[in-house]
Design a protein around this ligand. Structure first.
Ligand code: FAD
Length: 306
């Protein structure tokens, strides 16, 4: 099932057709407050009242014309203005390919540093998402370059990749801000753990290594980008055993998933941030969400019949 949906995510023919179907637009609402920025910001205002921070991401990846990257950057400049005006505890999270990484790396660097600079004016970080493995090394090298230009840059790393333990050690001296996720793409067994048991074990080991670094005085902002509450509890137990407070790490989850847990964790004193995605180019992203959880496919099917 997972492989089928990941294949569908990458299929160009389906990408142009499925979003036009009325029921798929309804079904995607489970994961998005709406397609436009105004809906995302309105949701963010509501979350702030409940003690949740937010992350904003406009869906879209792998541009084909570099001019589109300029307009994406303009859009995010507007998002940062809105966050500032509304005094939101919000940050932006961006895919490098959305800023033209496939087409012109220097232009991507220019856009990314200018967005990070604008975020820094309000004391916020600028997050870089992690894409499929053809981008891993280039994204990490880009992050290293960004960190020396704009220290408020943050990156996502994937626990299913075998290389990530070495990447964490590589980044720790840079005072990194790291969101650790399990990983959302189809990767081969030669480079990625395949079973849930192995991915979870690596996730926990990576968190423990970063918590130890924090305990030893290395400034690391660790964000757990997962809905796996059992795993979060295990990380919290390790943090407590190391003498670290609950605020030594933060938790980031997606809009619409485990909202009850997001609110509970925030009430219990954890730092929780909800990632709100919006935009018209939701198809591959939505397929990856279906791939993660068969129950979501049933939900989507229910939209068709009722
Ligand atoms: C804030 C954030 C940012 C992310 N950024 C990236 C990125 O940049 N690059 C990348 O490769 N991946 C990214 N991901 C996706 C990530 O890699 C996983 O694919 C995704 O989070 C599902 O895995 P999980 O950690 O929640 O654990 P799982 O083991 O998949 O799920 C744990 C439990 O959470 C619940 N759950 C998980 N997913 C869903 C769902 N879709 N619908 C309903 N319930 C669900 C279920 O109860 C499940 O049992 C991000 C995830 C988050 C939360």
């Amino acid at each position: 099932m997972r492989r089928l949906f990941l294949w569908m995510a990458a299929n160009a023919w389906l990408r142009t057709r499925i979003p036009k179907l009325w029921f798929s637009r309804r079904a995607v609402r489970r994961f998005m407050p709406g397609e436009d920025l105004a809906s995302a910001l309105a949701a963010g205002v509501g979350f702030q009242v409940e003690g949740l921070g937010t992350l904003y991401t406009r869906l879209g990846e792998n541009l084909t014309r570099i001019e589109e990257a300029d307009s994406v950057a303009d859009h995010y400049r507007g998002v940062l203005d809105e966050i500032r005006e509304r005094r939101l505890d919000g940050e932006i999270s961006v895919k490098l390919t959305q800023l033209g990484f496939d087409l012109d790396v220097e232009r991507t660097f220019h856009h990314a540093t200018s967005l990070a600079a604008q975020a820094a004016e309000s004391g916020k970080s600028f997050w870089i998402d992690m894409e499929g493995s053809p981008y891993t090394e280039a994204t990490i090298a880009f992050y290293e370059r960004m960190k020396s230009a704009m220290p408020n840059t943050a990156i996502c790393l994937q626990a299913y990749l075998k290389r990530t333990a070495a990447d964490v050690q590589r980044l720790i001296p840079l005072r990194p801000e790291i969101r650790l996720v399990k990983g959302a793409y189809a990767e081969s067994p030669s480079i990625a753990y395949q079973t849930r048991h192995d991915v979870d074990a690596n996730y926990l080991a990576l968190c423990v290594s970063m918590l130890q670094a924090i305990r030893d005085g290395h400034p690391v902002r660790l964000a757990l980008g997962t809905h796996d509450v059992r795993l979060i509890e295990q990380v919290a137990e390790h943090a407590a055993a190391l003498g670290l407070p609950r605020t030594a790490f933060e938790i980031q989850m997606l809009y619409g998933i485990r909202m009850d847990q997001q609110r509970r964790l925030a009430r219990e004193g954890y730092l929780v941030r909800d990632l709100i995605a919006y935009g018209e180019a939701w198809y591959p992203w939505y397929m990856r969400r279906l791939a993660e959880r068969p129950a979501n496919v049933l939900f989507a099917l229910r939209q068709i019949v009722g």
